[in-house]
Ligand binder design. Structure first.
Ligand SMILES: CCCCCCCCCCCC(=O)SCCNC(=O)CCNC(=O)[C@H](O)C(C)(C)COP(=O)(O)OP(=O)(O)OC[C@H]1O[C@@H](n2cnc3c(N)ncnc32)[C@H](O)[C@@H]1OP(=O)(O)O
Length: 228
């Protein structure tokens, strides 16, 4: 793929694109905000300090809000038709809710392909808590969705989550590395059946099964992947 032609269907899903100078700063900014989000949970600080931070944050929020937002539709169209730029790919991928390095909310979740398996890892802090000391079940679902959707890197066809069933087998702890894997079980026309699992300290905490529905063409394995 050349520098000036990024194609949504060729781009590895949920993996960072090399940063340009603008995005190096965006990533720094997001990393700093992530630390703030993490530390703000029950932070012990004098009320005077809280007032000072709130004043600063309000001022900063007003400043940010005074700048326009880049439109998404034109860049999506360029990427969809294989005519995207590196900037377009960064504008889209870097703001992913869970994997985006410029998304202040993202842990970030790291995903990669290992043969026909999608692997992932993330360590979540107290801002993501559900039961005390554990990751919220809805957040587990969100991470599973993004992990399992990446199985579309192994096939032709791109679509959305139709169904996601989750069995929470054990608590997924905060502040510990969670390892993840997802595999395609089978393909039936426009439906792709996927299985996902989380592990902590070698113990499986989550088992999920999902169905993705391709928007247009039936799913089919890419060359070099799937049953040989
Ligand atoms: C520009 C860049 C974009 C880039 C796109 C990038 C997307 C990023 C998404 C991020 C992840 C998300 O949050 S996804 C968001 C959460 N999901 C959604 O919002 C999806 C909401 N649902 C829908 O929009 C729709 O129901 C669809 C698109 C999933 C399916 O509608 P459709 O296209 O009309 O499909 P339809 O003909 O009814 O069915 C086709 C086959 O799939 C089966 N099927 C249909 N729905 C389901 C389902 N929910 N679960 C299981 N199976 C289903 C049918 O039985 C049928 O099987 P058979 O008869 O052929 O056997």
């Amino acid at each position: 793929m050349s520098e000036s032609e990024y194609d949504l269907q060729q781009l590895p899903q949920s993996e960072p694109v090399a940063a340009n100078p603008e995005y190096r700063e965006r990533r720094r900014l997001a990393a700093a905000l992530r630390r703030i989000i993490d530390r703000l949970v029950r932070v012990e600080a004098p009320q005077q300090k809280l007032t000072q931070w709130a004043d600063q944050a309000e001022q900063w929020a007003d400043d940010v809000a005074s700048h326009p937002r880049r439109q998404q539709q034109p860049l999506l169209m360029r990427l969809w038709t294989g005519k995207g730029s590196q900037q377009d790919a960064l504008d889209m991928g870097d703001h992913d809710i869970m994997t985006g390095l410029s998304a202040a909310m993202a842990p970030p979740l790291e995903l990669w392909l290992d043969g026909d398996v999608v692997r992932g890892r993330a360590t979540l802090g107290p801002a993501w808590q559900g039961p005390p000391g554990r990751v919220h079940g809805g957040v587990v679902a969100l991470m599973l969705d993004i992990l399992m959707a990446k199985c579309q890197d192994l096939v032709h066809g791109l679509g959305m989550t139709g169904t996601l069933n989750i069995r929470y087998q054990a608590g997924t702890p905060l502040r510990k590395e969670v390892l993840m894997e997802a595999r395609i079980q089978r393909i039936e026309g426009r439906k792709m059946f996927v299985e996902g699992r989380f592990f902590v300290d070698g113990e499986q905490t989550v088992l999920a099964e999902g169905i993705w529905i391709s928007m247009q063409e039936p799913y089919r394995w890419r060359d070099g992947h799937g049953p040989q």
